[in-house]
Design a protein around this ligand. Structure first.
Ligand code: EPZ
Length: 421
């Protein structure tokens, strides 16, 4: 339990303008990718979140020279001094994306020894597809004392994923960049941050084609040159802010986002009767009346993102009618709904589907964040509820959202971090 909690006074409509930070999940892929490079790189637009701090310490542990200019959201990384291919469990347990060090270290040095990854408890999160890809590229895989070990030559291959795994696609792309010969990733994930990583790698001289489609082709290269790269804005933070605007019946302009990444959510909000106006690099979300109940079914991109399922379910607790939310990607991503019941939400869960009966009012209550996006969902529920909501374990939220309290406060929310008793 953290020594802090978020305290939220609800029923205040959000008004005004805010901005989106750089993408968490894209940064967690791009930063390890620098290890593949033969020269220093500059990575810009990094979000100031705990997961980036963990990755910073891992890069330093490996021997890279890292100048992290937090205030400028920039890291200058010289990977040529990397002198270690082992990442201990003490680091990896803090963050799931630490497994990208497997692909980056194996892709550069032909060996890697990385502790089991941690991450949000949203179901069993195997990495069999990552291992399958590494082995097809020539790695021998060994699991020893909680360490995942890879060693071997890197040669091109054809990898057909059993599901469109984001992590698997990214990890095997990292490992294949400098492999001898050509690699094909079939049934690859199409998320925006897969495309962002491919763009970064290509800016260093990699030869990757087809990112954003389900078939990615990689021609191995020997050398990657230094590059300066700015990561894309965070798709999930954009969606979370859009939902918060609708949930409080506000009128918010979200700047610095990519509206085309938000189409699945925008379509659902329009279906609910929310006003959404998309411009080149900003989105305006307005609502001044009730919203309709809908059905949501999470899918790989470009379908409705699983990471927005939890924030959206908060909005649905006060919809006019009964909604259905089916979670197809992870097998345990409804824990936040137990907490919302304490606020008066009417929810019934059966298998992969949550049945949400819209209620006229939520009441503030003390609730526990259990994971990153579930914590964001509880913040949204607190913004909607009558009275005060206290969200415990806000560290989950700070892992993946940069200054969320500040952004919401700047829009008029009454939200602040306070010490617990
Ligand atoms: C990434 O997780 C994101 N994390 C998740 O965001 C996101 O929810 C997920 O992609 C889906 O979009 C990062 O980018 C750091 P997957 P990842 O591999 O890579 C199964 C957040 O809140 N699977 O696409 O773990 C897996 O169990 C986080 O920012 C296997 O069975 O997602 C899951 O059911 C939460 N074997 C499904 O596939 C494998 O080898 C999707 O997993 C790999 C995955």
């Amino acid at each position: 339990m953290n020594a802090y909690r978020l305290s939220i006074k609800g029923e205040i409509p959000l008004h005004g303008e805010t901005y989106v930070s750089g993408g968490k999940n894209t940064s967690l892929a791009v930063l390890p990718a620098v290890i593949l490079c033969d020269e220093p790189c500059v990575i810009e637009n990094l979000p100031d979140i705990d997961d980036i701090n963990v990755l910073y310490t891992i890069l330093c542990h490996l021997g890279a020279k890292v100048d992290y200019q937090r205030d400028k959201k920039r890291m200058i990384i010289d990977p040529t001094s990397v002198n270690c291919t082992t990442v201990p469990f003490s680091f990896t347990q803090q963050m799931r994306a630490s497994y990208y060090l497997m692909g980056a270290l194996f892709g550069r040095y032909g060996e890697a020894s990385v502790g089991y990854p941690g991450g949000c408890a949203i179901g069993s999160r195997p990495i069999d597809q990552h291992i399958k890809g590494f082995c097809l590229l020539g790695a021998e895989f060994l699991e020893e004392g909680g360490m995942l070990k890879l060693k071997g030559e890197r040669r091109g291959s054809i990898i057909n994923f059993d599901m469109a795994t984001v992590g698997g696609t990214i990890n095997v792309m990292l490992a294949a960049c400098k492999a001898k010969g050509n690699t094909v990733l079939a049934n690859a994930a199409r998320e925006p941050h897969v495309v962002d990583l491919a763009n970064f790698l290509n800016s260093m001289g990699a030869k990757i084609r087809g990112a954003g489609t389900s078939t990615i082709r990689i021609r191995g290269v020997q050398k990657l040159s230094g590059a300066a790269y700015s990561v894309i804005p965070d798709q999930i933070e954009t969606g979370t802010l859009m939902i918060a605007a609708a949930a409080t019946r506000g009128d918010v302009l979200i700047r610095g986002c990519i509206p085309t990444h938000m189409e699945a959510l925008t379509a659902k909000l329009l279906e609910m009767g929310v006003f959404v106006d998309s411009f080149d690099d900003c989105i305006r979300v307005r609502l001044n009346k009730g919203h309709r109940a809908i059905r949501i079914s999470t899918q790989e991109y470009p379908g409705f993102p699983t990471d927005l399922q939890q924030p959206m379910s908060a909005l649905l607790t006060k919809a006019n009618g009964n909604s259905e939310v089916t979670e197809n990607i992870f097998d345990n991503r409804f824990k936040h709904l137990d907490e919302m019941r304490r606020m008066g939400a009417k929810v019934h869960i059966s298998g992969r589907t949550a049945y949400i009966e819209g209620v006229p009012e939520l009441r503030g209550a003390p609730v526990n964040a259990c994971d990153l996006r579930g914590g964001a969902a509880l913040v949204i529920a607190g913004l909607m509820a009558k009275g005060i909501t206290q969200v415990y374990n806000p560290d989950y939220i700070h892992r993946g959202y940069e200054r969320l309290e500040e952004k919401l406060s700047s829009l008029g929310a009454d939200i602040r971090l306070e010490k617990t008793e």
